[in-house]
Each structure stands twice: as C-alpha cells, then as structure tokens.
Design a protein around this ligand. Structure first.
Ligand SMILES: Nc1nc2c(ncn2[C@@H]2O[C@H](COP(=O)(O)OP(=O)(O)OP(=O)(O)O)[C@@H](O)[C@H]2O)c(=O)[nH]1
Length: 317
C-alpha cells in the first residue's frame, strides 16, 4: 500500500523532524549540507558555525579544530578524513557507532537516496552503551576471577595448564626452547603452625610478588595449589632458567620479612625441566618430569634447584 502524502502529512513530518530527539541532516549529491534539525546541531556542537554551503569535509574539519563533536582518538585530521571517505556512501544504507567528545555515544544511520542525497540520522545511545560497558567490565572481572588464584593473584592451575599447552605446541612448532619450573616452599606447614595461617598466607603472597618482580613479561607464573607454584619460561634454556632461579633466590634472601616475625626467612625448592628443542615429550610428561626433579630437590635437602636432566643422568629419579 502507498500512502498519499498530503500537505497535512508533510507538515506533521516536518514538525516531527524539527522536534525530533534524533539528529537529522541531509547532504546533497556534492556532499553539501542542505538541511539539519536543531538536535543535529546540538548533538555535534555545531552552534556558532555558519552551516550555509558547508560541505562534509568542512563540517568535520571545523568540529576537529573546535574540539567538539566526534571523538577521533589519536589520529590526525587527514587520517580521519581518509577513514570517513573509505566508508561514506559505501552502501545504500549503513549504520555505525560514534563516540562524541563529551563522552556520549551515537548510533548513526546513513541512507543514500536514489537521487544521490545522503540522509544522516543520529540516535543518542549513551545509556545503552553505559550498560554495555558495565556488562563488559563484569564479564572481564568474571573471566579474571575464573583464571586467577584469589590469594596471590597469579594464574590458577587451570589457566596455567591452558597457557602451558599453548606454549608447548608453539615451542614444538618452532623448535624453540622452553623451560618449566615447579617450586614448592620448604617446611611451609611449620610456618603455619608457628606463626599462624594468616602469616602463612602473607608468605604465599610475598613469594608470588617476588616471582612476578623477577620474571619477564612473557614468562607465565601460576599457583598450582597450597604452597606449590609453577613458572613457564618461554625461549629459555636450562642454563638460563638456573640464572633466573638464582636471581629469585638472591632477591628472597635480601628481603625484609620482619612483618611476619623478627629475622623471619623462608626458602623454596625447585624442579626444572627444559624442553629439548623440537623434541616432543607430551604436556603431562613435561609436568611430571619437573615434578620429579622437585621431589628430588626436597628429598636431597631442600632450598635448591634440581634439573630433571641431572637426576636421570644419575639414574636416581
Ligand atoms: N596459610 C596457608 N596454608 C596453606 C594454604 N594451602 C595449603 N596450606 C598449608 O600448606 C602446608 C603444606 O604442608 P606440606 O605439604 O607438609 O609441605 P611442607 O610443610 O612445606 O613440607 P615440604 O614441602 O616437604 O618442605 C599444609 O599445612 C597446608 O595446610 C594456604 O592457602 N594458606
């Protein structure tokens, strides 16, 4: 069915456009602005600008120079105009979101008429965007909680194993070295028994911070549970990993633990298993071998690093 557009109906539509909560503008075939309603002017902060014979680029450049309207981030005006023209008139109808300098968000629609004019309509979606951002923040926090150990802030076992899996396959694919270290605090039960569970927790947090401070950004650090930690060192040989452990031990010796008790100190044992470049062993076996090296460190006096390669050579694993 086709409606007859009477004068009365035209008046109703024109009044609606004038008072609409949507910003509406029309550009002619040469992209010169031939109409915009009051809401469009206020939406983009165009008050005070002479809009007669103003084309799209002039309009955008003016907004940019006045610091009003669209927030284009860190790019230059030239780059922005190139971006705009790569999309503008690219379809008969398209919609996109725009962030404004004052923090509001718009959902824009761009319709190209059969006679070449472009009709732009902007709808303020700031409230929806706010809820969307809050939901994103909640989702991110839930994801963070799902893969983080609550006490120490390190990755939990599940997420660590996921990262280990990725690194294992990367190392195999590119025949790169990678080393896995399992660390366990020595006589931790005694710390709990002597100074209390809270002090034990403080020691766990202290050790986690110490690991983080002494590892590179690309290293992955997790808490397997209890007083057992794990480090994945990508692109790191056995020898390099021993240097890193030496650095961690030196930092541990130097720190002041008076908040637990005067002259308080603790130690850890570590089991080290380095992947031989390009030689596959399987993920579970990799963990198991590091664990066996750790067990050996515990059995032979604690407060030391043991390489799996050494215990197999000795035949004492
Ligand atoms: N404070 C605290 N203690 C924990 C936590 N998780 C596990 N533990 C305690 O850690 C202790 C681990 O004791 P063990 O497995 O005997 O190990 P250990 O005393 O460190 O002995 P070695 O590993 O052989 O040197 C147990 O007493 C656990 O209750 C925790 O989150 N916080």
């Amino acid at each position: 069915m086709k409606f007859k557009i009477s004068q009365q109906l035209q008046n109703i539509i024109i009044e609606h456009i004038e008072h609409s909560e949507n910003g509406i503008a029309v550009l002619d075939g040469d992209d010169v602005l031939i109409f915009c309603n009051p809401k469009f002017i206020s939406m983009f902060g165009l008050q005070g600008h002479d809009l007669n014979n103003c084309n799209l680029d002039e309009l955008l450049s003016w907004m940019y120079s006045q610091g009003v309207g669209i927030d284009i981030g860190d790019i230059s005006l030239q780059e922005w105009l190139v971006q705009v023209h790569s999309q503008y008139r690219s379809a008969e109808f398209r919609s996109f979101e725009l962030k404004l300098k004052d923090g509001r968000w718009l959902l824009m629609t761009e319709q190209v008429n059969s006679t070449g004019e472009v009709v732009l309509v902007g709808n303020d979606i700031s409230n929806i965007k706010k809820i969307e951002n809050e939901l994103y923040a909640v989702q991110e926090e839930l994801e963070r909680q799902a893969w983080t150990d609550e006490l120490t802030g390190l990755y939990n076992r599940r997420h660590f194993m996921y990262r280990l899996d990725g690194e294992y396959h990367r190392a195999m694919r590119h025949a790169r070295p990678a080393t896995l270290v399992i660390l366990d605090l020595d006589f931790f039960k005694k710390i709990n028994d002597q100074y209390g569970h809270h002090a034990g927790d403080e020691v766990l947090k202290n050790f986690s911070a110490l690991l983080r401070a002494n590892l590179r950004k690309e290293d992955v650090c997790g808490r397997l549970g209890g007083e057992e930690f794990v480090i994945l060192l990508p692109d790191t040989t056995e020898e390099e990993s021993l240097n890193i452990l030496g650095r961690i031990r030196a930092a541990l010796m130097q720190q002041d633990m008076d908040s637990i008790a005067p002259a308080f100190e603790y130690t850890f044992s570590a089991g080290v298993m380095a992947l031989k470049q390009g030689k596959s062993c399987g993920l579970d076996a990799w963990m198991k071998m590091a664990d066996q090296a750790l067990y050996h460190a515990k059995k032979t006096g604690r407060n030391k690093d043991v390489l799996y390669a050494d215990i197999t050579e000795e035949g004492s694993s």
